[in-house]
Write a protein that binds this ligand. Sequence first.
Ligand code: ADP
Ligand code: MG
Length: 244
Amino acid sequence: MTELVQIQNLKKTFGKSEVLKDINEVVNQGEVVCVIGPSGAGKSTFLRCLNVLEHPSAGKIIFEGKNLTEISEKQLNQLRQKMGMVFQNFNLFPNMTVLGNITAAPIKVKGISQEEAEKKGRELLERVGLLEKADQYPASLSGGQAQRVAIVRALAMDPEVMLFDEPTSALDPEMVGEVLEVMKDLAQSGMTMVVVTHEMGFAREVADRIWLMADGYIQESGTPEAVFEHPETKRGQEFLSKVL
Ligand code: ADP
Ligand code: MG
C-alpha cells in the first residue's frame, strides 16, 4: 500500500484550548477514511490541518514526500492543488456560472486552455447528472445540486485526494442521497478520500477505515465493522451509543 498522507504528532491549539493533542495516522492511496465524532471534537480543524488551511501548532503533514508545515507558501500552494476540498456550505462563486466555477482554477492556476477546461468541466458535470446546469448561476441550484457542482469543481483540478467536511450537513434531507451517491461513485472510482461525516450509514458502507475523534485524539481507528461493532475505548463506546 502506498502512503499518500502521513500525519505525525499533529497538534493544534487555539490560545489555551488544545483541540488536537497528538494525532498519528496515515491515509493510503485509494482509501476512503470517514472521520466521525462529537461536535467540537476538532474534526474540521483536523481536516483543515491536512492541507494547512489551518497551520498546525506542532507535528508534520507529509504529502508527496514534503512536510507541508515547513515548506514555502509557493510550494504549499502547488501541493494544495492536489488536495480537493468540499465544504458544508458549497462556497461556490455566486457571480460565475456553474461552468465558470468549475473552469476558473484549472485555467488560472494550471494554465489549461479555456476550451479544454470547459470540455472537461462538461464531462464532469455529465458524470454527476448536471450537464444542463452548465450555464446557470449557483443561486438557481438546489443545495444538492450546488454541492454536486462543488465536488465537480474540486475534481476539475485532478486532485490526488479529496477532503470533505460534512458535505451533506447543510442539505435538506431529501437531497442528502444524491450527494452521497456521487461520493460513493467517486470512492468506487478509486479516489482517495477523507470524509468528515455524521452519515453513519454512508461511513459503514463506503469507508475502508473509520477514525473516531474525541477529546483531541483519534480514539478508534479501524474497519467500519471493528469500530461500530467493537469499539475499544470508553469514549468511542459512549459516542457510538448515541448515534447508532
Ligand atoms: P468539529 O468540526 O469536530 O465540530 P472544530 O474543529 O470545528 O470541531 O472545533 C474544535 C474546537 O476548536 C471547538 O472548541 C472550536 O470552538 C475550536 N476552534 C475551531 N476553530 C477555532 C479558531 N479559529 N479559533 C479558536 N477556536 C477554534
Ligand atoms: Mg466541523
